[in-house]
Design a protein around this ligand. Structure first.
Ligand code: 13P
Length: 253
């Protein structure tokens, strides 16, 4: 069975003391992570040592970065590389979140380089894709997302692509309280899997975890995750509330 993943994306939120409180609450809140499941916490970079220490020794729980640079080292003031994260034991990195694409002009080509950098560090990219509202309203979401995937990931080998986690996040559903319906999520997740099947074969495509993101919360997680091609979620707002995120973990297949 594909890995089922609940990934928290804290974005640029919380003070260090708030982060510590949330991590303590999360660990104290009742949740169960089965052998085929993972809980991943993409915290602000400066809180990674704290999160690593708080989550140490827990099975199938990982601390992640929200971004990295495409080079492994050098004169890139303010940036952090996948190699540097790996040296801290951080082996999951979110790439190409729509907020980074929009506010930091991250292109498909740059994200292809970042993906290579994460894989070169023997780490797992959590690669985000997803369409804006106008594209969805025009019914062009499948081809829009397909282009994002082709441009940034199709240079990878079959072995490499099985190391990538995909996060489909429709931009119109992020932070808006509007989720895709479970039917809409299943439809595009199945399409994304078919795109990989066409390129790499069905057996490879069946190994790729595809997460849904966009206003996932305790109340809707079970319904969305129950869809056959939805392998968990990438969660923003609700991941900042311990009881919510614990319930989202418990909603995994
Ligand atoms: P929300 O869950 O707050 O809608 O954010 C989704 C997201 O962008 C996760 O990366």
């Amino acid at each position: 069975m594909r890995k089922q993943i609940a990934a928290a994306n804290w974005k640029m939120n919380l003070s260090i003391s708030e982060a510590e409180t949330l991590l303590d609450q999360l660990m104290a809140t009742d949740h169960h992570i089965a052998a085929n499941q993972e809980a991943i916490y993409a915290v602000p970079a400066i809180y990674i040592p704290l999160a690593t220490q708080k989550l140490a020794g827990r099975q199938n729980i990982y601390v992640a970065a929200q971004n990295c640079h495409s080079k492994s080292s050098g004169a890139y003031t303010g940036e952090i590389s996948a190699t540097m994260y790996a040296s801290l034991g951080v082996k999951h990195i979110v790439l190409g979140h729509s907020e980074r694409r929009e506010y930091f002009n991250e292109s498909d080509a740059f994200l292809a380089e970042k993906t290579d950098a994460v894989l070169a560090a023997a780490s797992t990219p959590i690669f985000c894709c997803g369409e804006p509202l106008a594209i969805r309203e025009a019914g062009n979401q499948n081809s829009y997302v397909e282009t994002q995937l082709k441009n940034s990931l199709f240079h990878l080998t079959a072995e490499q692509i099985t190391k990538v986690v995909i996060a489909y996040e429709p931009i119109w559903a992020i932070g808006t309280g509007k989720t895709a319906s479970s039917e809409q999520a299943q439809e595009i997740h199945a399409y994304i899997r078919s795109v990989f099947a066409t390129k790499y074969g069905q057996a490879i495509a069946d190994q790729i975890s595809i997460l849904y993101g966009g206003s996932v919360k305790a109340a809707n997680a079970k319904e969305i995750f129950s869809q056959p091609d939805v392998d968990g979620g990438l969660v923003g707002g609700a991941s900042l509330i311990a009881t919510e995120f614990a319930a989202i973990i418990n909603a995994l297949k």
